[in-house]
Design a protein around this ligand. Structure first.
Ligand code: URA
Length: 433
């Protein structure tokens, strides 16, 4: 079969067979199918969609394109989580040690930040000395020994996704539920965890703009996971403001430490606890959410959850002392308060803007090769629903270089302030099992 016929078939809105999808992914990785043909097929998929069966077959073919990590020698239930990305999202840093302290095995591979969203690896590397790159052998050994390892992605995992994502990025074909679902799930499945919890974000700044789209993406990923034998569930969260109070690498690690000690911001703590409840249920070490919540708070209150984080940092050569004395983290040269020019209630915080503004002062990278500054970022003093008076600080800016006026104006404009108190909202909109 000529590859052009497969493109033609999708152009005619027909379903591709498992074999046709396999031919595509193999040819893509081997280089026998040129990028222009893959790009044409990607555009046809964006425009005409894929059935769930095609999406699952695509994910499976992508998994088979590279190395798969075998965790079967690790005893106990191996759990994994994935967030579709948010501003201020430091959930892995809390959830990982928290559920590991309850006895589950957390084998977690994370990525770097690009554009307005941060990446767990960059956050971890703001801990002096922390090493994110273990050999697969050492990674497996560490998970067996202390119940958790937090590492970066190896080059050989799902090479098809790397090629496809690079093409999608430059051909306006990122936004497609089948393509996003297969991309995320192929990486989760290549990694041999028994259970997967997905945190699907929707709203401004997320890939999925509406709750309906968020539900559709979650349900497609759950079907892929289940059809390949993994207990997959999702939590659907709105991203209409940053998660927690901090944006920026060292600042977020410090907030994660506080949360592990039971002193974290309310919204972030709630998301961590609700997600951890589901993971404990998936791991079958509790039988109700109430039992899970009780166990989780015990681990936080007794200090075991924080101690588990210290253990990971110690194993991965990070400076544990810094976790006890935050002045040992990289420090920004300046702290400037952003003063409100209005009195009223905060009704919206444009998280995507805050993500880009933080990136511009060095907290993130615009291009893959850029360096980041671990010390800089933002600490919010006011969040959705809070009352603020003229002259009160909306947030603190941690920066090394002088701030441009235009940058400060854009930051101020990211906070919408109005007279009336807005309705209380639930960040967690739904749990899909
Ligand atoms: N994250 C991924 O890993 N893949 C996508 O396609 C989108 C977000």
């Amino acid at each position: 079969m000529r590859f052009v016929d497969i493109i033609e078939k999708k152009k005619q809105k027909k379903s591709l067979s498992k074999e046709e999808i396999k031919i595509w992914i193999q040819g893509l990785v081997e280089g026998s199918i040129p990028d222009y043909q893959s790009s044409a097929l990607l555009m046809a998929i964006v425009l005409n969609g894929m059935t769930q069966e095609e999406t699952t077959n695509l994910a499976e073919a992508m998994v088979l394109s590279g190395e798969q990590i075998d965790l079967s020698n690790i005893s106990g239930v191996k759990v994994d989580k994935h967030s579709t990305g948010g501003v201020g999202d430091k959930t892995t840093l809390v959830l990982g040690p928290l559920v590991a302290s309850c006895g589950l095995k957390v084998a977690k591979m994370s990525g770097r930040g690009l554009g307005h969203t941060g990446g767990t690896l960059d956050k971890l590397e703001s801990i002096p000395g922390f090493d994110c790159f273990l050999t697969t052998e050492n990674f497996v050994r560490q998970v067996e020994k202390i119940g958790i390892a937090l590492v970066g992605q190896t080059a050989d995992l799902v090479p098809a996704d790397k090629k496809l994502y690079a093409l999608r990025d430059v051909t306006a074909t990122v936004e497609s539920i089948p393509l996003i679902a297969s991309s995320i799930m192929s990486k989760k499945l290549a990694f041999g965890s028994d259970t997967i919890l997905l945190d699907v974000k929707f709203g401004e700044g997320a890939f999925m703009k509406t709750i309906e789209e968020g539900k559709e993406l979650a349900s497609s990923m759950i079907k892929i996971g289940k059809s390949l034998g993994r207990d997959t569930r999702a939590i659907l969260t709105e991203m209409d403001q940053p998660l927690g109070n901090t944006i920026g690498n060292a600042l977020e690690v410090i907030e994660a430490i506080e949360t592990l000690q039971g002193k974290g911001p309310e919204d972030f703590t709630e998301l961590c606890i609700a997600s951890a409840e589901l993971i404990l249920l998936q791991g079958k070490i509790v039988s109700t959410k109430e039992e899970a919540r009780e166990m989780l708070w015990k681990k936080i209150d007794s200090g075991e959850a924080f101690e588990k984080f210290c253990e990971v940092v110690r194993e991965q050569k990070g400076d544990v002392q810094a976790l006890h004395d935050i002045s040992l983290f990289p420090q920004a040269k300046n702290r400037t308060e952003l003063k409100s020019q209005k009195t009223g209630y905060v009704v919206k915080i444009h998280s995507q803007n805050l993500g880009f503004l933080s990136m511009e002062i060095g907290a993130g990278r615009e291009k893959k090769e850029d360096d980041i500054n671990p010390a800089v970022g933002l600490k919010l003093h006011k969040k959705y629903g809070d009352f603020v008076e003229v002259g009160e600080s909306l947030c603190a800016i941690y920066h090394d270089n002088p701030l441009e006026e235009n940058w400060k104006t854009r930051l101020l404009e990211s906070f919408e302030i109005q007279e009336g108190k807005p309705k209380k909202k639930n960040m967690i909109e739904a749990i899909i099992e």
